[in-house]
Design a protein around this ligand. Structure first.
Ligand code: HGY
Ligand code: MN
Ligand code: MN
Length: 415
């Protein structure tokens, strides 16, 4: 038998790392607050660098801030198999989203190093910059893939000033970002362990999710523009109430998705009314809109339908509309080689697996058209994520890390 199939992660070491990392940016309600380039995110990256050095692995930070552990376990000019995720979080998010994948990747490199394995490829555990889109979204993986959109950097969804300030805090420069691009010929593949962030695995009683595709995500800032008026003396039917138009759009867009785009999702995660006083009819209502779809054709139809709906709603309330495009990541199928490796690795470990589409976006969608790419999920209790309620059983985390280890070796050996 191939001895590598008996290799397992050190559950104790992984647990110790996870608990220590969870303290960085910890929130009182059991979550973490580590938005990209925030003090807690920078602290978490410093901590990761220490763990990488401690493991005797080469440590590298690229020009977009991706942090990597490198293990040269292949022949001199071998390609590199990437594995990892992200340490940045959403505001007041959960401890598992991204963090588990980075720590499991680091643990895989430790195990391979300690076993003294020689592989046909080198291994690199990576923590990608700004996966969550606090600033841009998939910033680190898009830069590594050579897919940076200069247009998106001019008007990123987190704000241009915030992006530049964040880069500066991290000691990075906008002009340096494209330099993070890797030659795809040097990439043997990418694998990512992640929590499902939804209820399907738990509901099905299944241990491992084999991701077949990742949804596309598109962001807009929609501003409905009316007229400021006195809240008491202006006759109700004479008002051009931006808040009313925006509210009707939120309700109507949800109806549209439920009726016509049942496998899609939209979210208005933030609404700002201006001038924002009790006694002024809102002149401007600004919405942060995100739309998601698993297929490219549905994705573009949904985008068009929502923009048309926003225009029609504004018109029916005698409002103006400004729609600013803030970024798009296309839907992305995962590679069959990676899916096979994950399925077989799970089976070897006696774990039940099922194929599913990811409703969350991930760095894997930046790399999927460049090299053999795959993702595996573990169950999220109550399907909760992007919240301090996010939780996965430790046995599932350990299973996920072992499936990642075995999937990496299967892909490396092409078994
Ligand atoms: O928003 C997402 O889908 C992912 O968690 N970044
Ligand atoms: Mn994530
Ligand atoms: Mn997330």
């Amino acid at each position: 038998m191939d001895d590598w199939k008996a290799l397992r992660v050190s559950a104790e070491r992984l647990a110790a790392d996870f608990e220590a990392l969870s303290q960085i940016g910890a929130t009182p309600d059991g979550g973490v607050h580590r938005p990209a380039f925030s003090p807690a995110h920078l602290e978490a990256r410093l901590w990761l660098g220490e763990r990488i050095r401690e493991a005797g692995l080469r440590f590298r930070i690229d020009s977009v801030g991706n942090h990597s552990a490198l293990l040269a376990c292949g022949p001199d000019h071998a390609a590199t198999l990437l594995l990892g995720s992200h340490l940045d979080s959403v505001p007041n998010g959960g401890r598992f989203d991204g963090a588990l994948g980075v720590l499991a990747a680091l643990e895989v490199l430790r195990v391979v190093k300690e076993a003294g394995l020689s592989l046909p490829v080198h291994l690199e555990a990576i923590d990608f910059t700004d996966e969550e889109g606090t600033l841009v979204g998939l910033l680190g993986s898009a830069a590594l893939a050579g897919k940076l959109s200069l247009q998106e950097l001019q008007a990123p969804r987190g704000g241009r000033a915030e992006l530049l300030a964040g880069l500066q805090r991290a000691g990075l420069s906008e002009s340096g970002l494209p330099g993070a691009r890797r030659d795809p010929a040097g990439l043997a593949g990418y694998l990512e362990l992640h929590i499902e962030q939804g209820p399907r695995l738990v509901n099905a009683g299944v241990d491992i999710g084999v991701v077949s595709a990742i949804v596309g995500i598109c962001s807009y800032r929609l501003d409905f523009i009316g007229r400021a008026d006195h809240a008491g003396t202006t006759p109700m039917l004479d008002r051009r109430d931006a808040g009313l138009g925006a509210s009707e759009f939120i309700l109507a867009s949800r109806r549209l998705v439920l009726d016509e785009f049942p496998d899609c999702a939209i979210n208005v995660g933030e609404a700002r009314f201006a001038p924002g006083a009790f006694n002024i009819v809102p002149e401007r209502a600004s919405l942060a809109l995100e739309l998601r779809a698993p297929q490219a054709d549905t994705f573009s139809r949904l985008e068009t339908a929502l923009l048309d709906l926003a225009g029609a709603t504004a018109g029916s309330h005698r409002l103006g509309l400004e729609a600013r495009f803030l970024g798009r990541h296309q839907p992305s199928p995962m590679g069959s080689l990676a899916q096979q490796a994950i399925t077989q690795a799970a089976g070897d470990l006696g774990l039940r697996s099922m194929v599913l589409v990811s409703g969350a976006g991930h760095d894997a969608q930046s790399l999927a058209d460049l090299c053999p790419t795959g993702m595996l999920f573990i169950p999220s209790q109550a399907g909760a994520s992007h919240s301090p309620r996010e939780f996965s059983q430790w046995v599932d985390c350990q299973n996920g890390a072992n499936v990642l280890l075995q999937s990496v070796l299967r892909m490396a050996y092409r078994k």
